[in-house]
Design a protein around this ligand. Sequence first.
Ligand code: NAD
Length: 229
Amino acid sequence: MAKKKLVVLSGAGISAESGLKTFRDGDGLWENYRPEEVASPEAWAQDPGRVLRFYNERRAQVLAAVPNAAHIGLAALEAYYEVIIVTQNIDDLHERAGSKHVLHLHGEILKMKSERPSDWLQEIRGAIHLGDRAPDGAQLRPHVVWFGEAVPQMEAAIPHMETADVFILVGSSLAVYPAANLIDFVAEEVPKYLVDPAIPPISYGRNFYRIEQKATVGIPYLVELLSKA
Ligand code: NAD
């Protein structure tokens, strides 16, 4: 029998217990910066060196982090479900936990690209410096989606939302658009589990189940529940 399809939308909160900070917890800052100051085309135009330094630090942090029980639990669900992870995170902790189908809405910090539009992408584990050039001669930048930039992976994510049999939202404030709209594409009758210690106060329809817990508590609980369903 074909496995049921489990679609997960994850946000920064799932990686919080791996030591990677979210940006809407508490002070609204992302590692001491206002997100627009380091994650926007305007910030890049004004001070690319600062933007590169910010992401070089994030890259080093990601490489030092390890997946937690929530990333590992979602990967374990592949024994029972066809699992598609749609993540807003730029880290690679889902992949390192063993998840095979991960779609990064906001790019990947371990990849770099040209500041000019092109399809060229390359892995990077070290730092990007001002003056480092892509094959087209333009400055290198991290492969991340900044505020105000298009989110090309939305088109790939929507059909997964529409065909989910089970849905999990974990660790997202649902404050970043268009990613937050994805939840609206999940059919009404589909069971939807929300895992977050502070579930965002938006209006939910039928079949929503709130698990107001940290990801490392809520996801292992769900793994127990869903592996027996
Ligand atoms: P957000 O920072 O807006 O919201 C984080 C959510 O996680 C909140 O609802 C909070 O209550 C919840 N949370 C905090 N600790 C948690 C825990 N231990 N377990 C479960 N949930 C927890 O995050 P967002 O909605 O993903 O938007 C942030 C944007 O910033 C994303 O677009 C992402 O690209 C970027 N970002 C990425 C990373 C990363 O890659 N790890 C880290 C910070 C920011």
